[in-house]
Write a protein that binds this ligand. Sequence first.
Ligand code: NAI
Length: 330
Amino acid sequence: MKTVTLIYGDGIGKEVIAAAKAVVEATGADIAWEIQEAGAEAAEKYGQPIDDKVIESIAKNGVALKGPTATPIGKGFRSVNVEIRKRLDLYVNLRPLRSFQGVDCLYPDLNLTIVRENTEGLYTGIEQQVTPDHAEATKIITRGASERIVEYAFQYAQKMGKKKVTAIHKANIMKLTDGLFLNCAKEVAAKYNDIQFNDKIIDAACMDLVLNPASYDVLVAPNLYGDILSDLASALVGGLGVAPGANIGKNAAVFEAVHGSAPDIAGKDLANPTSAILSAAMMLKHLGYSQAGEKVEAAVAQAFAHGEKTVDLGGNLGCKAFTEAVIKYI
Ligand code: NAI
C-alpha cells in the first residue's frame, strides 16, 4: 500500500480532487490518503496558507495529489505552490498535453510536453520597492538548475520515444540570465545524439506554437516562460480543463492540474475534472501502478470518444456526471 498526501486546495479544487480520488479508487490501486489543508481557505482558518506539517507529510509520503490553491494578486501571502516547490526542491514541472478524439480543438493530433524549470527564474519572490514609483524583481538563473532541467527534458524524451527538444529563452535581450540557460541547454544537448535539439525565442515560440504546433515535441523553458506556454498550449488541445501536470524532485512529487482555483465556476458543478484525473493517472504511474494509470487515461479517452463532455468542452455534463462516466469506462 502507498500513502499519498491529498490537498483539496481552493475553489474548484474540492470538486476536481474528489473526482480524481474517486477515479483512482475505482482502479483498485492500493492507496491510503493523508488529507492536508493548504491555500487561501486554510489561511482564513489557521492564519497561514501552508503549515510545516503539510510539507512534512509530502516529504514523508514522497507523493501528493494537490488541488489548485489561490494566491492574492499584488498583495498578501506568497504562493503555496512556490513554497511547496522550493522547500521540496521539486525542480521539474512536467506538463504533457494531448488532444482527444471527441474534444473539439484546434489540433486534433497534437501531443507535446512542456518541461518547466520550477525553482528559480522570476519566481524567486525577491522583489523590492525602491521608491513608491520604482519596483524591482530579481531573476535568478543558475548553471546547476538549468543543466538539471534540460537533462530531465532529454531523459524524458528518450524514455517516451520523443524525437526533439526545443529550448525556449529570450537570450537576445537577457544575455546573461537567459544566455546562461541557453548555453547550458546547448551543452547538455550535445550529449544526446539521438534526440534533435533547437532553440526558439519565447515570443516567436508563442506564435509558432499556435500556427505550427506539430513541429514541437518536448519544450524546455525557464520558470515564467514555461508557465505561460503551458496555458497557451493547453488551449490548442481543448483548454485548461484537459491539462494535467506534475512537480517532480529527487525525493518527492506533487501531481496537480495546470489550472487554478477557477473562482468564477467554483461550487457550481461546472469544473472539468479531466486535468486533475489525468494528473492522478500520472501519479499512479509514478507510484508504479502503471496499469491503473493507463486504465484511467483510456477511460477518459473513451468517455470523450462517446461524446461525454463537460460544459467547458461544449458538452452538458457536470463535474460529477463526467466523473461517473469515466468510472463507468474503468
Ligand atoms: P484559472 O486557471 O483558475 O481559471 C482561468 C479560466 O479557466 C477561468 O475562466 C476558469 O473558469 C477556467 N477553468 C480553469 N480550470 C477549469 C476547469 N477545470 N474546468 C473548466 N474551466 C476551468 O486561473 P485564474 O482565474 O487566473 O486563477 C484563479 C486562482 O487560481 C488565482 O488565485 C491563482 O493564483 C490560482 N492558481 C493556482 C494554481 C495552482 O494552484 N496550481 C495555478 C494557476 C492559478
